[in-house]
Design a protein. Sequence first.
Length: 134
Amino acid sequence: MSFDAHSRERLEALGRTLPLPQPQPAAGAGSSPRATEKRHRVEVEENPEALFRELMQVSPDGSVPPHLLDRLKQLEGRRQPAAQVPAKGAAKGPAQAPAQPSPGRGGPRRGPGIDHGDLYTAFQQLLLEDESLE
């Protein structure tokens, strides 16, 4: 790129009058106030059930950011192996007869999240019964 004599002199003069670059702030100064900030319970909760309740209370529409869902899954993952250890210890003991389902509950226990279709159907039936009563 070529400049005429006047433009070149003007650029050189501006180059001499430009301010010096600002010194960079210290890395530790920016993080120290954040460490003393009070954090929300959602960020510090370690119990997966309590964290889930807090997430539902904080979210008006039930949507949760992915990083908080990942944190909830990690907490549940840490908790599940701890719960399975006593079950392995019980297997080493004397053999026992398989447990019968309690008559009050009716049927075997299901894990969480299994067959939401039954719940949806039951809810729909309740709505229909409510409409027929009106």
